[in-house]
Design a binder for this molecule. Structure first.
Ligand code: UD1
Ligand code: CA
Length: 459
């Protein structure tokens, strides 16, 4: 017997007031739908069907090859959305878990737990419920005098008394596959909203089948998000959980409320993370690093014993014992070698540097291959763009580049060469040469008095 999952993600997310469809909206820079799909993949579920509709191409791009799609062209409610999965599931035996695409905190343990509960109890339908101190907006669970689930009433359809009920519908249902679509086909349109509510299957099935509610205690895991405010609450939960996990693994996080670490980031024991730091994407931070304060690292690998302060590092690699910042910007595939110093207001883009290279202040290194032990003086620039195309600069080992040098690409600078400060280099520099490309200085004797105003002129 197989386990199937249907994830409902066709809705627009009107309450979000954003251009992206809700389930594609990022939380800690990762689209919401990926959290749920990742956790289902890790669970006992064998096949995932995602119901998509509004701006479906966004979701299809994110989930390519990981799920099968059912299409809901018109968003006529959660009951109607499940119906769209019928062609893909009909005739298959097993258990189906229905989940909503807008519950980013769900984890695979919850999914496994509720599926085994359903199967152990031999239920036909299990509704997963939770108790919320502030249940506003959620469907409420109505139980009868025997404490069994009777029905689910949406917040807006509740009476004053019913609104006081704290037990809510999480939107997770586990149902015997052979019964699901028959029950769903009996859902009638809700007159107030003009939608088919999936919640109605409780009333439809309860007389003839074994319908049960499973009250989950770890309730934040099943919170739904509907607008940018609830997204911020989910993000806070996620941030706390992730930071706690890292701290228990031996990562020291100073002032953790100000530190945001993405779901897929790997940080080794002993790393220190200072305040106001964001590490996201598939970043890896290895032993002995100190990151932050005021630093953003996205999809980058930081090798052992590196320090990154007040800096931005995107899609880049930094090798061991280098120091980045303050105020450095590495991006688009910058690869910084071992024991480099990339300092104040230095930008490195699509470039590699060898061991022991330094650019300590005010430099732009773009589309460049740099060797070992190169010194970029203050204000050096690799001039990579001629207004139409980008060109590469090649710099050998042990090169000294004087302050305020422009290296006009394409150009190649030989090993052990020396470039005088203020040069604009347009021709290749051979190995061991010294290049000077600037006007000769002229000193005009006694001339300055013609230019300098007398002191009392300012009065
Ligand atoms: C839903 C439940 C509510 C529950 C809450 C839990 C219904 C009627 N209500 O309310 O009882 O407490 O979730 O968070 O089911 N969707 C579609 N197609 C549609 C409509 C929605 O795919 O036609 C998808 C949405 O993309 C979303 C999910 O279903 O991912 C839930 O829809 P949403 O409108 O957020 O439902 P809630 O009002 O939160
Ligand atoms: Ca919702």
């Amino acid at each position: 017997m197989n386990n199937y999952a249907i994830v409902l993600a066709a809705g627009k997310g009107t309450r979000m007031k954003t251009k992206l469809p809700k389930c594609a909206f990022p939380i800690l820079k990762k689209p919401m739908i990926e959290y749920i799909v990742e956790n289902i993949e890790k669970s006992v579920v064998d096949e995932i069907i995602c119901v998509v509709g509004y701006k479906k191409e966004y979701l299809e791009e994110l989930l390519d090859g990981r799920v099968d799609y059912a299409y809901q062209e018109e968003q006529l409610g959660t009951g109607h959305a499940v119906k769209m999965a019928e062609p893909l599931l009909k005739g298959k035996t097993g258990t189906t878990i229905i989940l909503l695409g807008d519950m980013p905190l769900i984890d695979m343990k919850v999914i496994n737990k509720v599926i085994s509960y359903h199967q152990d109890k031999k239920n036909d339908l299990t509704v997963v419920t939770a108790e919320f101190d502030n249940p506003k907006g959620y469907g409420r669970i109505i139980r009868n005098e025997y404490d069994s689930i009777e029905k689910i009433i949406e917040h807006k359809d509740c009476t004053k008394e019913q609104k006081r009920i704290k037990e809510i519908n999480t939107g997770i249902y586990i149902v015997d596959n052979s019964l699901l679509f028959e029950a769903v086909s009996k859902i009638k349109v809700n007159e107030r909203k003009g939608e088919f509510y999936l919640t109605d299957i409780v009333e439809i099935m309860k007389n003839d089948y074994k319908v049960d509610a499973f009250l989950l205690w770890d309730s934040p895991k099943v919170m739904g998000v509907n607008d940018l405010y609830t997204i911020s609450l989910a993000e806070k939960h996620l941030r706390n959980d992730i930071n706690k996990k890292h701290m228990l693994n031996g990562v020291s996080i100073i002032n953790p409320e100000t530190v945001t670490i993405g779901h897929s980031v790997v940080i080794e024991e002993g790393v220190i993370i200072n305040p106001n730091t964001f590490i996201t994407g598939d970043s890896v931070i290895k032993k002995g690093c100190e990151i932050g304060p005021n630093t953003e690292i996205h999809s980058s690998i930081i090798h052992k014993n590196v320090s990154v302060k007040h800096s931005l590092v995107y899609d880049s690699i930094v090798f061991d014992k280098s120091s980045i910042g303050p105020f450095a910007h590495l991006r688009a595939g910058a690869v910084i070698g071992k024991r480099n110093r990339i300092g104040n207001f230095v930008e490195v883009k699509k470039s590699t540097t060898g061991v022991g290279t330094k650019a300590a202040h005010l430099a732009y290194i773009g589309d460049t291959t740099t060797g070992e032990n190169v010194n970029f003086g203050c204000g050096s620039i690799t001039v990579n763009y001629d207004g139409v195309e980008k060109h590469r600069t090649i710099i050998g080992d042990d090169v000294f580049i004087g302050c305020n040098t422009n290296l006009i690409a394409p150009v190649s600078i030989g090993n052990k060469s020396f470039i005088a400060a203020g040069s604009t280099v347009t021709k290749n520099v051979p190995e061991g040469a010294m290049a000077i490309a600037r006007n000769k200085q002229i000193n005009k004797a006694d001339y300055a008095k013609n230019l300098i105003r007398p002191k009392d002129d300012t009065k």
